[in-house]
Ligand binder design. Sequence first.
Ligand code: ARG
Length: 457
Amino acid sequence: MKLWGGRFEKTTDPHMEAFNASIGFDRRLWWADIRGSIAYARALERAGLLSPDERDRLVEGLQAVAQEMETGTFVFLPSDEDIHTAVERRLRERVGEAADKLHTGRSRNDQVATDLRLFLMDHIRSLRGHLTDLQRSIVERAEEHLDVLMPGYTHLQRAQPIRFSHWLMSFFWAFQRDRERLDELERRVAVLPLGSGALAGHSLGIDRTFLATELGFRAVCENSIDGVTDRDFVAEFLFWAALLQVHLSRLAEDLILWSSAEFGFVELDEAYATGSSLMPQKRNPDSLELLRGKAGRLVGHLTGLLTTLKGLPTGYNKDLQEDKEPLFDAIDTLSLALPVAAGVIRTLKIHPERMRQALDDGLLATDLADYLVRRGVPFRQSHHLVGQAVRRAETLGVSLRALPLEEYQAISPAFGPDLYAVFDPYRSVETRNAEGGTALEALQAQIARARVVLDGR
Ligand code: ARG
């Protein structure tokens, strides 16, 4: 017998039955569903709609169903349309007629919205843990390699010398914004729809604030129609997930490139690499390629859900059943991607000498222009003069530091014999000592601030 079968004469077409069912994926909500129902049974008793004895039978019955779910002994039937009907069906088998009172004033519309929020609140806590651990791995490695210099890139062309740690820390702050966004969206997830009924609210004196407290919600929704219609919290979470995976994909791309033989800056630990079935010498950065590739999938989930939500009429529509699979998949993807990324960072081997070799004099051309600025040459002119020196050095087939002083002075008398001091990458990074720059002191201050946001100290 279907929950809603009263007014129906015909049975459902088997294809329709399969098409309509969400049990294949929403069974993951069992824990949230049972928790929600236990709280609801308690609230019904408080409203005088159940006797204390009926409440106890329902609560014990629900706990027994939870036990079956937990141990894998729960038998799903082909007629179980979704997790809500499956739990209620089994409850009735266990406690008899008392089960028929559990749905008093409740609809699957406010039930499913509540379950999904509860489920997400739980996973947000564990994802926050994973994200924080990734940030921790970054700070640890940054502190370990303060003195490793490498080229910084723009347009993927060598630009200026930086510290390896400075590059690494750039991701810390992107992940910090992700963590802040998660805290903010969590507030909006923790708003309780239960008690909204199908759409118009509850007529039987239910205490929604009691329900919210029981279930760990921060507030009750202000409008019952909004309560059952709103899936903004799923869309926000999917945006959060997509952007986080985009950050991971950028981190991965840098490391893929740098672990190639052409760069050789870093080496991926074997625990995060795979071999080739044909070429024995290969060590492929599959972990990183998947961190990069999963971004497409998560951006797709966000786009998919927004497209589903667009133009929906107000109130519950079955389209909303489509919210679950992308949400579950985003959670599952990040629950693996984040620890993998942290592991890659923690075990990454660094080759400082290869990075050092890539620091050619060209990277110090800006420093040379700054040198002229300190001698009173306006920057636009100094930029131009150094450009001429670069061209001259290229013509003579020498590096900038091998270009003789007479050549420099033929370009501008502002060049003096002390210009050659510029050709030291350590000096270069040390000159950039404003907050957020590459100088050791600035970097240490940056790391100290990162420690504060991580550990509150
Ligand atoms: N399985 C449904 C979903 O996930 C539950 C809500 C059903 N509500 C309804 N009015 N048919 O959205």
